[in-house]
Ligand binder design. Structure first.
Ligand SMILES: Cc1ncc(COP(=O)(O)O)c(C=O)c1O
Length: 414
């Protein structure tokens, strides 16, 4: 059987028939009837010849699209051994694990590789329960940790749990503003782990208080509970530091990374953790394994990705300052529609006065050539995720497009 994928209408038809009608609708809406065709740096080319500035891609394209060093590393692996036997030792995965531990200055020496962020969340939760013999996990209101069943239990918004009666993990969600919340939960000795995003991405770039997190880490440690920083979205320099938690001096037992870890080219995620948390896997590596975990093509991307991220880090800090100023100006100019600016570094949210206004802005942006990532669980906020490799001119262009889009949305709301 052959299926030709030609005109965009064919693509939408195939998506409608074989994937999801709603996906076809949102994709058609975002591209104004065009599909994505190619990506290069911060730009995506659409099937109608237009290009769009990509400040979205759900935080994957920190290095933009097709970063040349990452492509070269993945191509070299493709030409030698793209797949692992999984019975012979694989040097590419071993080297990637060592480099990731080194990237975090050996603060956390052990590594488990997955493909999606949820894979890293799953293994972290499983190890915490096995290493402590306890069943309960504390997570944070507003947190997003993925949609596979174990990760979903930690994700806060009920939107993602619709139709699912209960989840397999015993989780309590605490307020991010309550420094005493963890102590109250852990002192009974039943909590395996506390899991938090230092900057909550899906929750519209909400920055958690470091003082509260410090208190939580101290209280958890006192009662033998592990602390796990989910930095799948905010880590790897997205918010400035390699790890937001480690840079703040938080004594976490694990950092989870993903999204840009494969350089925006291949899927890769990782749990990076202490010997203590990893102990069950050290004793039995088959306790948690997956056919494609530590896949050579993904692991080949890691060294090139981390080197490129570090090479762009200083530029990223300057860019974040430029973005700060541009967003502050937008907030002043459109004070009647913009309720606030959130986030840190290159993970930012524009809070609008209502989800309706945010929706109108997204509609305008779709046609005007700026791709952003909406927040499903916080629809009044539009999330901006500029790549580290974007330029000041790209930020200025995005600010101009936003200015016009917010203006149009405002006139429509009158
Ligand atoms: C903080 C955080 N954790 C976990 C996940 C889940 O990652 P994935 O969708 O790759 O499974 C996400 C995805 O957006 C995330 O932002």
């Amino acid at each position: 059987m052959t299926t030709t994928i030609g005109a965009p209408s064919d693509t939408f038809d195939l998506i409608r028939r074989h994937l999801s009608p709603r996906l076809a609708l949102t994709g058609s809406f975002a591209g104004r009837g065009a599909t994505e065709v190619s990506g290069d740096g911060c730009r995506v080319t659409l099937s109608d010849g237009r290009t769009a500035l990509d400040f979205g891609s759900y935080a994957v394209t920190l290095l933009g699209h097709r970063h040349p060093d990452v492509l070269a590393a993945v191509r070299a692996q493709l030409d030698t051994m793209p797949t692992s036997t999984r019975s012979l030792a694989n040097p590419t995965a071993a080297r990637a694990a060592a480099q990731l531990a080194e990237y975090f200055q050996q603060a956390l020496p052990k590594v488990y590789f997955g493909l999606n962020g949820a894979d890293a969340v799953e293994v972290a939760g499983k190890l915490a329960r096995l290493a402590t013999g306890r069943g309960r996990v504390v997570a944070v209101e507003g947190g997003f940790h993925g949609k596979s069943l174990g990760a979903l239990a930690l994700t806060h918004s009920p939107l993602f749990r619709r139709g699912l009666l209960g989840t397999s993990v015993d989780v309590v969600h605490v307020s991010p503003d309550d420094p005493g919340a963890v102590l109250r939960e852990v002192r009974g000795g039943e909590v395996a782990a506390v899991v938090f995003e230092p900057v909550q991405g899906e929750n519209g770039a909400a920055v958690l208080s470091v003082d509260v997190l410090r208190q939580w880490c101290a209280d958890a440690a006192r009662y033998g509970t592990f602390t796990i920083a989910d930095e799948i979205q905010c880590g790897l320099r997205r918010c400035g530091e390699r790890s937001v938690a480690l840079a703040a001096g938080l004594p976490v037992d694990a950092v989870l990374v993903g999204k840009p870890l494969g350089g925006g080219v291949v899927p890769l995620s990782a749990l990076v953790c202490s010997e203590e948390l990893y102990a069950p896997l050290s004793a039995d590596p088959f306790l948690h394994s997956a056919t494609f975990g530590g896949h050579p093509l993904s692991c080949a991307a890691l060294p090139a990705a981390l080197t490129a991220i570090e090479g762009a880090a200083e530029h990223g800090a300057r860019l974040a300052a430029v973005l700060d100023r541009a967003l502050a100006e937008l907030a002043v100019r459109h004070g009647e529609l913009v309720a606030g600016i959130r986030g840190r570094g290159l993970l930012r949210g524009i809070d609008f006065t209502s989800p309706g206004v945010a929706g109108s802005v997204v509609v305008e942006l779709a046609g005007a050539g700026l791709l952003v990532s909406p927040c499903l669980g916080r629809p009044g906020t539009v999330r901006l995720l500029p790549p580290l490799i974007s330029t000041e001119a790209d930020i200025a262009e995005a600010a101009d497009i936003l200015d016009t889009a917010i203006g149009v949305a405002g006139r429509r709301a009158e």
